[in-house]
Design a binder for this molecule. Structure first.
Ligand SMILES: [Zn+2]
Ligand SMILES: [Zn+2]
Length: 388
């Protein structure tokens, strides 16, 4: 492994920041303490500009390179928000707020990017500018979209963006990436099946929405099995099915909801169209009425080819030969870094978190041993991308 030397010596301090953030998890856009911590640190490092309130509670630090050097700006992005989970790790730095927890490692992402910012601000061994981007609301609120819509890319002249996420199960010191789709589009839908309720002993006098709704759930399985190309990817999961309140009453309606995951615009359009057709026609076949609402949430996280090669080469220069998987299979999870990758070319990479509990698990904790690896990746990436 080829770590950046003074990054190794700052590991304990970065781990301390990480644990401070871990103990005080905040959700979605309400990351006020975290954003204040980040902004205070960036100012203390001597960043040339520290701007808060971008995309509501996002923070951007700007670090200019060598005086007189002229070059583009690149964006390095971390996320700051936690999850509504009750932590069970029992570690001394565990969440002090019941029901909130850093179970996705965003505490580690934020701390590592702060470590990189400190090194880059102290050494300035590059031309152009580095924008360190700290976004709120990755876990469902679309904080990345908000920052892009707030004009972040134009305001700071950002030409390329890079993101990183820890990955449990991948050894510490290893990376994984792929070109094209690396994470899925994450859409959601709501369905209402309206029938006519009545006495459960006289079903012939009712239109039973539970029987109709059950047929809809079953028919939705045919989108993946019969409508999709067997070599393409689509997930349609019904995750809510709410109806009825008594043993002897057939209710008036069923409310359902679920998620759709796809890796291409074609599959996304197909899934949306087919869900509508199935809901309406299967409900009608039962004499009921089906209505649905489809919400396009995060788009596909799409890695651009040249930037992916670049990121993988940087990762290899840190981790060593054979430690970077360049053909990582995409996951059907989502990421709102996807909005930044729609706005600018760039790449999103996974970094090993070792043998820990999985992401979003109440026993998960970010692995501090990965800190020097992640910080070295950021530093080398910025210095190489902006080399004179
Ligand atoms: Zn997450
Ligand atoms: Zn995450």
């Amino acid at each position: 492994m080829q770590l950046v030397e003074d990054v190794v010596s700052m590991k304990d301090e970065v781990a301390q920041w990480r644990r401070t953030l871990h103990a005080d998890p905040e959700l979605l856009f309400d990351v006020h303490n975290t954003a204040a911590f980040v902004a205070e640190k960036l100012k203390s490092f001597g960043c040339d500009e520290v701007v808060t309130g971008i995309g509501r509670t996002g923070v951007v630090g700007i670090i200019h390179g060598r005086p007189g050097g002229n070059g583009p700006a690149i964006g390095l992005r971390a996320d700051m928000d936690a999850l509504p989970i009750n932590e069970i790790t029992g570690v001394p730095w565990a969440s002090r707020t019941p029901g909130k927890m850093h179970a996705c490692g965003h505490d580690g992402h934020t701390a590592m990017l702060l470590g990189a910012a400190r090194h880059l601000a102290a050494t300035r061994n590059f031309t152009g500018s580095v924008a360190v981007i700290f976004q709120p609301a990755e876990e469902g609120g679309g904080g990345g979209r908000e920052m892009v819509n707030d004009g972040m890319m134009e305001r700071f002249g950002i030409t390329k963006v890079f993101g990183m996420h820890n990955l449990p199960g991948l050894p510490v010191g290893e990376f994984a990436i792929c070109k094209g789709p690396i994470m899925a589009a994450t859409d959601i839908f709501d369905v209402t099946i309206t029938g006519r309720g009545g006495h459960a002993a006289m079903p012939h006098q009712t239109i039973d929405p539970i029987v109709a709704g059950s047929a809809v759930v079953t028919a939705l399985q045919s989108i993946a099995s019969r409508n999709a190309d067997p070599l393409a990817s689509v997930v349609v999961s019904v995750t809510k099915f709410i109806a009825g309140s008594a043993y002897n009453v057939i209710p008036d309606k069923v409310e359902m909801a679920g998620t759709v995951r796809t890796l291409s615009p074609e599959m996304r359009d197909m899934a949306e169209t087919r869900i509508g057709e199935i809901v309406r026609s299967v409900a009608a076949a039962h004499g009921a009425e089906g209505s649905f609402n489809y919400i396009r949430n995060y788009p596909v996280t799409f890695n651009h080819a040249d930037e992916t090669d670049f990121a993988a080469d940087i990762a290899e220069s840190v981790a060593g030969e054979g430690k970077v998987e360049r053909q990582q299979p995409p996951t059907m999870g989502g990421e709102d870094f996807s909005f930044m990758l729609e706005a600018r070319p760039g790449a999103f990479i996974f970094m090993g978190n070792g043998d820990t509990a999985s992401l979003h698990h109440p026993a998960y904790d970010f692995n501090d041993d990965a800190i020097p690896v992640g910080v070295s990746y950021w530093v080398k990436l910025a210095e190489k991308a902006l080399a004179a």
